[in-house]
Design a protein around this ligand. Structure first.
Ligand code: SAH
Length: 407
């Protein structure tokens, strides 16, 4: 019975046939098929349409979204031959992701979290973040684009929420041949400024104009950790955005917090966030400056801190930019080590997909060597639990962090 359905289904599907020997990563359940692995494509699938994937001998491997403009030519939806790619399939994936989130204990801590994390939750290209009662969606691939309206309806159905704002304006869409698109996807009466809670703090997030979907949700636990280490310390928060680490540090009892960023809009929101939490403005200073320049100036002025946070933007989106990015990371980490007082803590991060955890550790180690300081790594940090990493998809682990103590 199932077999009959499967054969009928198969017959009208375009098929991607791999070059000989190129099925290995798929057998390990890695979901990407690069252009160099594609032998032949039968039929003429539209961008984002579903194709059957077979090895060079004709054995069935997967069902994937066709992405003709991208170097990642197809992304797997399912490795189960009996599973059609239809609304029910997407409903199951969305419900499973929500069920996983509900077991993480995050509801006690925040009302803003990632509900769907693309490949790692089983749907390449789909990012969904929840900010209070509003969902913010990013569609990043031809496949998620093809199913966008279905996905939007299913998300409302699964969450019971009324509003989806779309932030499909990430640079990676260009690699898929997709133009940027933002705006209200579902609902009405939408206000782009939303107040969220994170542990004991509140943050204003602008989901229409903020970075990514509005806030760096992936750093939640690390902000909290830094807050717990801040008591009595002078804190320097580099690349502060809207003051996430700064306010956690202030709430944790920091003596002073200096926050540096080049975005005037982010700094203004940071100050609003301080006021929103009733945090005494005296101990907080905000500086609109380039971190690379500011750190040099601080060094020349002989300034020093007890806790420094470095959370720069993505210097290396892919491995191709890793070398130049490594120089950037080393530079700021070297300067930060110099600016730390003995016993001071460095909380240093990289969200670059092109720099893996081992390389990041090497960069930080060589920065300490160049700064002529002894330092120990006391904790290894990563992205929050609502940003899971599928074990067969190591690329999902993009956020790396180290807590180091200067000797
Ligand atoms: N730690 C923040 C997120 C940082 S995102 C949080 O927890 O919310 C990176 C930030 O670096 C952005 O706000 C961006 O405006 C800023 N930025 C990028 N390049 C910069 C530079 N050269 N100097 C200072 N800030 C920079």
């Amino acid at each position: 019975m199932r077999k009959t359905a499967h054969v009928r289904y198969n017959a009208r599907m375009p098929t991607l046939i791999l070059k000989p020997g190129r099925e290995k990563s798929l057998l390990r359940r890695h979901p990407w098929i690069f252009s160099g692995a594609v032998g032949q494509i039968t039929g003429s699938p539209a961008p984002g349409a579903t194709v059957e994937v077979r090895d060079a001998q004709g054995a069935w491997l997967a069902r994937a979204a066709w992405s003709p403009a991208s170097q990642i030519r197809a992304r797997v939806w399912t490795f189960d031959e009996q599973e059609p790619v239809d609304a029910d399939f997407f409903r199951r994936r969305i419900q499973a992701a929500l069920a996983r989130r509900s077991n993480l204990g995050l509801a006690a801590v925040t009302d803003a979290l990632r509900l769907f994390h693309a490949e790692s939750d089983g749907l390449p290209g789909l990012i969904v973040d929840r900010y209070g009662e509003v969902l913010v969606l990013q569609s990043l691939t031809a496949g998620s684009e093809f199913w966008l309206e279905t996905l939007a309806d299913l998300l409302l159905e699964a969450t019971g929420l009324p509003t989806i704002y779309e932030r499909s304006d990430a640079d990676v869409r260009e690699l898929e041949g997709l133009a940027a698109r933002t705006g209200l996807l579902r609902g009405s009466n939408f206000e782009s400024r939303i107040t969220i809670s994170e542990y004991t703090l509140k943050f204003l997030v602008n989901v229409a104009t903020g970075h990514k979907t509005g806030f760096y949700l992936d750093q939640r636990a690390n902000r909290h950790r830094v807050g717990a280490l801040a008591r009595g310390r002078d804190v320097l928060n580099c690349f502060c955005y809207t003051g996430g680490f700064s306010l956690h540090a202030a709430a944790g009892g920091a003596k002073s917090v200096l926050s540096v960023d080049t975005s005037g809009e982010a700094l203004a929101l940071g100050q609003e966030n301080a006021a929103l939490n009733g945090i005494d403005a005296d101990g907080l200073t905000w500086s609109d400056a380039d971190v690379f320049t500011a750190l040099r100036k601080f060094r020349d002025q002989g300034r020093a801190w007890d806790l420094i946070v470095l959370d720069p933007p993505k210097f290396a989106p892919t491995a191709a930019q890793a070398e130049k990015a490594a120089r950037g990371y080393k530079d700021i980490n070297r300067l930060a080590f110099k600016l730390l007082r003995p016993g001071g803590i460095l909380a240093t991060f990289s969200c670059s997909g092109g720099i893996d955890a081992a390389l990041f550790q090497k960069i930080v180690a060589s920065a300490a060597l160049d700064a002529e300081v002894e330092a120990q790594m006391v904790e290894v940090l990563g992205q929050g639990a609502d940003h899971p990493v599928a074990l067969h998809f190591p690329e999902g682990a993009y956020l790396k962090g180290l807590l180091c103590v200067k000797g």
